[in-house]
Structures are given as C-alpha cells and as structure tokens.
Design a protein around this ligand. Structure first.
Ligand code: SF4
Length: 331
C-alpha cells in the first residue's frame, strides 16, 4: 500500500498558510492523492486541487497548471529525488510502498547465492534497499549499490537516468530491480547490457526482463535505420517543463541540414502517434522530450529519441552507431 508523507504536507501548510494548494503525482497513486487533498480541505479549509493529468516524473510537474489555478504551493508526490523542493513553489513529498520484500528477497538469495548483483529500485521502494541487501548478503549473494548522481539517490534509477547501475555494471553478474516496474528494469538492462531481474514483492516472483529489453532495443535500432532513409524530418520539442530541450532540437536541425536533409520544427505537450499523424510531408520524426516515448510506444513512422537521433547522425556520417543506449542519461 502506498503511504504519502502527509505530515510534511500539513507542516508546510501550517507554517506558510497558503490560500490554496495543488497536488500531483504518478497515475498509480492518484486515488491516494485525492484522499490527501480531501484531508487538506477538511483540516485547513482551503481549496486543494488535484492536477490529474498524467505525471511521469519530476520532469513533468505541471507547475504551470498550479500557477494558472493560483495555487501557492504545488505538492509533487511520489517522485523522491535527492532534494526536497524546487524553488519556493514546489514541495517534493515522498510516497513509499509499505509492501515487504522479505519473502521474495529470501527466494532471490537462494537463486543468486555466490553471484554479485547490483541492487537498484525506483522512488517508492528506496527505503527497503538496506533491508533487502542484508537478506541477500545473509544468503551468500554479494551486493553492490551504485552511487547516485544528478537527481538520483544511491541505488535509484529513473526511466532515462541510470548512474548507479552504470557505475556498477562492470563488477556485477546481474542487476536486481526491486519493485514491479518492468519499464524501469528494462531501462536498467538496456543501459548496462547486463542480465536484469525484477524482484516483485506483490507476485513474490523474480522476473527476467533481459529479453524484453533486447526486443525494445532491436525495435529502436530498426527505427534508426528506417529513419536513415528519410528525406524530410520533423523535429519535435516537448513542451513539458522538465523535458524541454529546444537546444537539442536546433542541434539536430543543424546536423541534418548539413547532411542534406529537410527539417520541419514542431512542439507538442503530449507526443502521440495520433498527433504525429496530423503532420504532413514528414518521413521520420525526432522527438527530444522523454526518450521512452520512442522506445516504449508504437508509431506509424520512425520516431527517434535523443540517443537514437545521435546514432542516426553517426550512421549518416558513416560512423559506428554502436552503444546507442549504453549511456548514463538518455537526455
Ligand atoms: S523516462 Fe521520461 S518521464 Fe521518466 S524521468 Fe526520464 S524523461 Fe521523465
């Protein structure tokens, strides 16, 4: 069950006495966020708006939505990073999953005894890392936890940011991702090129996502080679604040035009196949927002992420494009 650190929210409201507040977080915990918003309204008698658009990370906080509503504080819940606020207007609030890993960690220690693993997780399960580590070590598994960097804590990854596992990849036999997210675990497998397993406490199972990640990689590489045949490219700037990368878009424009390609520039908040189908005379797209939009979705034409677009440029220059995803940060 997800537990939101409401104490932090209530203390902040008590001390700052805002006229209204807004709250958001990942889709999966919206029902919990609704409950918190109701409690705020009851306790403090102020409007508490739930920003219910999809919210995939601290890259996607929708502070504009909070501003338009006149909310003085935006409580962004459930994307723990190594800081607690963004300026004065955004307060980052932890939300932890209180499920126990005890049983699945025991199972894992039997399966991986004698091997070395890198233990990694997402925001919701960070507090369990030490406990799982000691269960595994007691069972004879050598465990390393990579150092955090950028916004990441030790042993934490985002869907596009992998510093801790990249630091440990040459020392381990496998990565063990604690949680349920095949999405995060596949990113770990792709970036490190190491066997990667999900330690799922809900199903009490250890899932191998290595093959799934390889399928994503093959599909992504195919899209790059298809795009290499394109004449006209649409370069899409994402309008979500933490994914905004106009400079990268202009860099790809310059590079592709230098290679004799035509380029049109677009901007979108949500980059979906339906939206891209409306755009004419484009053979392939490059989107410089969330890289997982390209790797994890189906599109009617090639839609490359930033690492894929870098590989495309290398191919067009007759250079070696290898290691597309074996980088610490895909943006
Ligand atoms: S994977 Fe996408 S949604 Fe997740 S942190 Fe990276 S840019 Fe944001």
């Amino acid at each position: 069950m997800i537990v939101i650190d409401e104490k932090r929210i209530f203390e902040e409201i008590e001390s700052r006495k805002p006229v209204s507040v807004a709250l958001n977080g990942p889709d999966g915990i919206l029902p919990k966020i609704q409950e918190t918003a109701s409690r705020i309204m009851e306790m403090f008698g102020i409007p508490a708006y739930v920003l219910a658009d999809s919210c995939f990370g601290t890259c996607d906080m929708n502070t504009n939505g909070a501003k338009v509503l006149g909310a003085e504080i935006l409580f962004h819940i459930g994307h723990t990073i190594n800081s607690t606020s963004f300026g004065n207007g955004v307060v980052l609030v932890d939300a932890f999953d209180n499920i126990s890993f005890e049983s699945v960690a025991e199972k894992c220690s039997r399966e991986f005894s004698g091997r070395t693993v890198s233990l990694v997780t997402d925001s919701q399960h960070l507090h369990e890392v030490d406990r799982v580590r000691s269960v595994l070590e007691n069972g004879g598994v050598r465990v390393v936890v990579g150092r955090g960097k950028g916004q990441l804590n030790d042993g934490q990854v985002f869907g596009c940011e992998f510093y801790p596992v990249m630091e440990t990849r040459d020392r381990v036999d496998a990565n063990i991702f604690m949680g349920q997210s095949n999405f995060h675990a596949a990113g770990v497998a792709l970036s490190t090129n190491r066997p990667t397993f999900v330690l799922d406490p809900y199903f009490n199972e250890i899932r191998d996502v290595t093959e799934f990640a390889q399928t994503l990689q093959k599909k992504s590489i195919l899209a790059v080679y298809k795009a290499a045949e394109a004449e006209c490219f649409g370069i899409v700037v994402g309008l979500k604040e933490g994914q905004f990368s106009k400079m990268a878009a202009l860099k790809f424009k310059r590079e592709l035009e230098g290679l004799g390609k035509k380029v049109q520039l677009f901007a979108l908040t949500d980059i979906t196949d339906d939206k891209l189908r409306n755009l004419k005379d484009v053979d392939a797209f490059i989107q410089v927002a969330c890289p997982r939009i390209s790797t994890d979705n189906q599109f009617h034409k090639p839609v490359l992420s930033t690492p894929q677009a870098n590989a495309l440029v290398r191919i067009l220059r007759k250079e070696n494009p290898e290691g597309i995803f074996q980088i610490q940060h895909w943006l």
